[in-house]
Ligand binder design. Structure first.
Ligand code: ACO
Length: 337
């Protein structure tokens, strides 16, 4: 069942929220256009643009998830004017870390010198950044930590089957980060609705290791992303508007009250479908899928950083973030800038 945060909202005593003090992005240098992909698999620019809205994506050539995550994190800290040793908590949302151990967040801690932080990973695929943000907010609201560095980072190109045209055209690599602090403004909003549906996990999956040891050998599994695209499409266009609607209802707001909707960039048609179903103004849904593709947990923080860098986030604005992906998982967060 979806988890509804029961503590905070208009009309209830407001103890605390979070404020975004800095954001940052890291994208690999290599750009791969649809044209280039059509030399690898049987596809074309027209098909990809029409069905997904993607024109090109960035692909890592040597950068690891931790390297991209650290780059984005350092930019977010520089943006906030905060030294790494002041960071209390590092959460990395990822599903494509190259190493099982140590986790990416601990690698980032070492790379950026955030020696006083507690660091761990969260894997909720394309919803990961949102799950990490709501986790951080709870730590901050409880007074356990004063600040947090939330990162979404992926090198999906390592787990994509480059001979499967139905998936390899969709994804890109990158990382986005946000540095957040406690916000004691009396009316500042932070609410979320999130959920998981593990019974539908096979719709979008990726194996990691075969089940094998010196006493047992199971079947060999695919180490690449396998997806039922139509089912994911159906899930996203139904679940996400319902989740956002419930979030707004809880906050006693309507789509008209929301200044921006920053949605996971999986497919332009999904974003348009969600806006239609919500009867919300499509102009409030900025997109960057055209030049970065679907970067899973990096998608929302990359967009957040882009929108912020363009000066489109103004104090007092109400913003809805929404993510959905493998698990299946989904989350929507309402926050005030
Ligand atoms: N280039 C050309 N043709 C292709 C390609 C391609 N890259 N991929 C599939 N096709 C073909 C298929 O083989 C099929 O051919 P056929 O009719 O001869 O069998 C035809 O195009 C239609 O295939 P569909 O899968 O029905 O195409 P659809 O319109 O559903 O679009 C897509 C596929 C884009 C994947 C769509 O289902 C979708 O967007 N689903 C959502 C999935 C998604 O966004 N996943 C991202 C990861 S999940 C996440 O982030 C939440």
């Amino acid at each position: 069942m979806p988890y509804d945060n029961p503590v905070r909202g208009p009309g209830k005593e407001k103890k605390m929220s979070i404020t975004i003090k800095g954001t940052g992005s890291a994208l690999p240098e290599k750009t791969v256009t649809n044209e280039e992909l059509s030399k690898i698999v049987d596809t074309g620019d027209e098909w990809i643009r029409e069905r997904t809205g993607i024109g090109e994506r960035r692909i890592a050539t040597g950068q690891t998830v931790a390297m991209l995550a650290s780059d984005a994190a350092q930019k977010a800290l520089a943006d906030a004017g905060v030294d790494p040793e002041k960071v209390d908590l590092i959460l990395v949302a990822t599903c494509s870390g190259e190493q099982a151990l140590p986790c990416v967040a601990c690698q980032v801690q070492g790379l950026i010198g955030a020696e006083n932080a507690v660091a761990f990973d969260i894997n909720a695929a394309c919803s990961g950044f949102l799950f990490a943000l709501s986790t951080a907010e709870i730590y901050l609201a409880q007074g356990i930590y004063n600040n947090a560095l939330i990162i979404g980072a992926e090198v999906l190109s390592n787990i994509i089957d480059w001979s499967d045209r139905s998936t390899c055209v969709l994804f890109g690599d990158g990382a986005g980060a946000a540095y957040v602090e406690k916000d004691t403004r009396k009316k500042a909003l932070f609410q979320f609705v999130q959920g998981s549906n593990g019974a539908k996990g096979e719709v979008l999956s990726c194996g990691q290791r075969d089940s094998a040891n010196c006493f047992y050998r199971g079947e060999e599994i695919s180490k690449y992303v396998v997806m039922d695209g139509r089912e994911v499409f159906r899930f996203a266009t139904r679940q996400v508007p319902d989740t956002i609607a419930r979030l707004l209802e809880k906050a006693a707001l309507t789509c008209e009250d929301v200044d921006l909707f920053l949605l996971h960039q999986a497919n332009l048609r999904i974003i348009e479908g969600i806006a239609r179903r919500l009867k919300a103004d499509i102009q409030k849904f900025p997109v960057n899928i055209r030049h970065v593709g679907n970067t899973s947990s990096a998608s929302v923080p990359l967009l957040l950083d882009e929108v912020r860098a363009a000066g489109k986030l103004k104090e007092g604005m109400k913003v809805v973030l929404a993510g959905f992906g493998a698990g299946l998982t989904y989350s929507a967060i309402l926050l005030e800038i």
